[in-house]
Design a protein around this ligand. Structure first.
Ligand code: SF4
Length: 223
């Protein structure tokens, strides 16, 4: 299986990329890191996170791709949800917006499946991310297990042997939920000099007073 790993930043993706690069995720023959984060504001912050992402990918020698940065389009996608709390409806819309892009991107570039590190932060809810994934990608796997099925279970993988890209219909792209190794991610972060952002990404997540409150309260996720 050829997998697209959606990444929001180097600190969140460090462990996942290492696991994939080391072949620790069964069934994955090939992968690429896709940085598509038009949610990040301002542009200077986006540039910092992108530079760190590229630096880490190149250090490990893994492939990466960069999506368009169109913050205005992202604002349209979350219009009316600006005041929602983190882990609320705005975040679900944000995940779906990025997953929709990844689904199209994967189909156009000959990949079979998409996963992400959107849920690894302690400020995020992995189950909310997975629900967004299942809403965007049809035919979700019946199992919630982290281990992806063998490539032929997905209708055949793609070989890079000829460097040909086989375009697929978006309906064939699968969402793969993966629970990444949190201990490994923390270990890499402790040993790295990553630029560490202080908020999730969008201008609405800069309201630290609001988000600090959420961290101490049980948040009901509203889809
Ligand atoms: S807080 Fe993070 S996940 Fe939620 S809408 Fe903003 S950038 Fe997206």
């Amino acid at each position: 299986m050829k997998l697209v790993l959606m990444s929001c930043c180097a600190p969140c993706s460090a462990g996942a990329i290492k696991q994939l690069a080391d072949g620790q995720i069964p069934g994955v023959d090939d992968f690429i890191v896709l940085f598509f984060n038009p949610n990040i504001f301002p542009a200077a912050e986006y540039d910092k996170r992108l530079a760190e992402q590229i630096r880490y990918c190149e250090k490990l020698g893994v492939k990466y791709a960069i999506g368009e940065y169109d913050h205005a389009a992202w604002r349209d996608a979350v219009r009316g949800m600006e005041d929602a709390p983190e882990r609320g409806v705005r975040c679900s819309a944000c995940f779906k917006f990025r997953f929709e892009y990844a689904r199209r991107w994967a189909a156009e570039h000959g990949y079979d499946a998409v996963t992400s590190v959107f849920g690894v932060s302690r400020h995020k809810d992995q189950s909310q991310v997975d629900r967004a994934g299942y809403d965007v990608f049809p035919h979700p796997p019946s199992s919630q297990a982290m281990t992806p099925p063998a490539p032929n279970a997905w209708g055949g993988g793609h070989s890079d042997a000829t460097q040909n890209v086989t375009r697929r219909g978006v309906e064939n792209i699968q969402y793969i939920p993966i629970n990444w190794d949190e201990a490994l991610r923390c270990e890499i972060n402790r040993a790295s000099d990553f630029y560490r952002q202080k908020y999730c990404g969008c201008e609405f997540s800069m309201r630290h007073d609001t988000n600090a409150t959420q961290n101490t309260e049980k948040i009901m996720v509203v889809r």
